[in-house]
Design a protein around this ligand. Sequence first.
Ligand code: UDP
Length: 315
Amino acid sequence: MLYKFTAVVTGGAGFLGSHLCDRLLKEGFKVVCIDNLITGNIDNISHLFGNENFLFVKHDVTNYIFIPGRVDYILHFASPASPIDYLQLPIQTLKVGSLGTHKALGLAKEKKATFLLASTSEVYGDPSIHPQGEDYWGNVNPIGPRGVYDEAKRFAEALTMAYHRYHGIETRIARIFNTYGPRMRLDDGRALPAFIGQAIRGEPLTVFGDGSQTRSFCFVSDLVDGIFKLLLSNEVEPVNLGNPAEITIKQFAEEVIKSTGTNNKIVYKELPVDDPKVRQPDISKAKRVLNWQPKVERSDGLKITIDYFKKIIKA
Ligand code: UDP
């Protein structure tokens, strides 16, 4: 029988993690999914139970990770990842970014596996450079409410590079920009599920601040494709993955109203502390080294996501 690579996905029951488990299985890997389910959801992976190449382990990766046998790849995606989640779970967020990354890297060292860190555009903070290229070092407030996530991920990047330099581990760092699609949580507080949920339920859409802040939304299948290409590449230094199509949050709310065929109003609420004013990935490096760029138009991605949320809200 042909040898199958084994990949461990921490946070594998989360939004991105579960799509990665699907992709890795489709590519012929065996997958060990680890999640403590504090923000992950078993429904995201329930379709994989019974697949002989898939194993789910309920475990908090801030504690020692034991996996018997060979492991070839480790994709470290465990972390609360939406502003509401990391504001509600600040200590867990700091712990999983620091202690959890340490444990996952320790596993990579033990197994001589390639390690991929799910980092974030939040390492750039409220950026003074636009769009953000990988050589920008960021503008982060360490003691603000978002600091628990931003600094944990910055520490995780530093630890990953240290394991690469001092232990010779094969490592990859993906700086992931706003991503959306099916399996996002409706209540994670992010703009996209919030707006779609509000539009479907006939409620006003809550735009924070005056809505002039910008974001760039990448559809999940594109993002997963970029992660997979990065995993199999030789690129050790960080690579931005996201969709450069930038839009203001107000325009985005209007787009959701149009795409859901509703007629809801927009209401304005207070802007959260340290909310970045702009965010757009410079993806020239991903294009160059991975031959990757997003393909899904926002109008198409939104339609798929709206259909998904309609089913969730009806159920
Ligand atoms: N936002 C909003 N209304 C909401 C939720 C979020 O206007 O109900 C804004 C938020 O302040 C931010 C942008 O939308 O400027 C994107 O927020 P999100 O929570 O999706 O993630 P972020 O990009 O800030 O990590």
